[in-house]
Design a protein. Sequence first.
Length: 406
Amino acid sequence: MVNSTSGVGEPRPYLRAGNVQDYGVDLAEVKEMPVTAAEALSLDLRAGDVVIVEGGAGFGRSDYLKEDLIEWSFQNHVIRARALGDHRGRYLDFFIKFLRARGHFESLGSYATIPNVSAEKLGGIELPFLPAEEQKSIARFLDRETAEIDAFVVNQEELVTLLAERREATISHAVTKGLDPMVRMQNSGVEWLGEVPAAWTTTRLKHVGRSLIGLTYSPNDLADADEPGSHMVLRSGNIQHGQLQLDTDVVRVKMAIPPELVTQPADLLVCARNGSRALVGKNAFIGEAGAGQTFGAFMSIVRSEHNQYFRWVLNSSLFASQMGLFSTSTVNQLTKGTLDNFEFPWPPASERAAISNHLDRATSEIDAATADAREAIALSKERRAALISAAVTGKIDVRGVVGGTA
């Protein structure tokens, strides 16, 4: 495996852990590093090889190479497994997928810094020895069956994307143009906004509410889940699909919490800083279940009597259009100053209420369809894993089921 810090050799493309995804090897992003002649010979990638992610969040992901990757090598976070003798790489890949789904890699891995499984431990895994023809039969059967499942998953994922686009378009139109298609329009005076209904104005968050930056704490402040007097620290991971999730990413602290940093039911929790630009601005209502807790320093709370309306503004394209104000090449963050000065259209109170009610109904239908699609994806992935498990462990006999080569 190539180490990018060596600096010796000729530049060559190399396979990274990020190229090995659950859906296969993705070569859309190609990077190069110096590779010596000796490394090029020993670290080549051929058709039939299986590549496995050695460490990190996706450790254990694998895929089978259907063709040679000419002049490619692989980095030191990727393990190459090459079938020997009568063993078949495609069957080996399916068996590795079975082990990962069973959680076997977790039992082998090291967690001192980041989760990982070494090539030595991977090489020591025992697997059933099957005749070559039986390995081929299993691989052919699983190729056919998983291809159908994967195609369905892709279809459902595309549907989720389309529904998300429809949701944003529905919200954006309502909070910038209103609900009356015949209303008289006027220039908003804001170049990027264009025309708004004549009775509307524009405002900034600081004029209709206030923003608060979250709590800073140290490892010494952490508390056990059942420790009396402790508070849950709400973080980015607690916002899932626009809803507050209190049973995931649970972190608690026992320390003095400033009163203004104790969450209230009508508060709007906003992700203010994240490594992913796409996650900055994701938000959710605190609600009764999340009240009385606190929130981390990478989060903000918007506290306003107008949050029922403002949450729609924050989920519209208006927010994305002003992302350049807070996103840089190195840090994606929404500062208090930027959030306070976030500018958006401001309808009269009666229209704000009507828009909120309309969007509650319209988005609930879209959200229900999205939830159905996500459930179908989850069930399909479970079926895929179960099918692989049954085939590679001999619980179903696939000999003679499908012809061809593998």
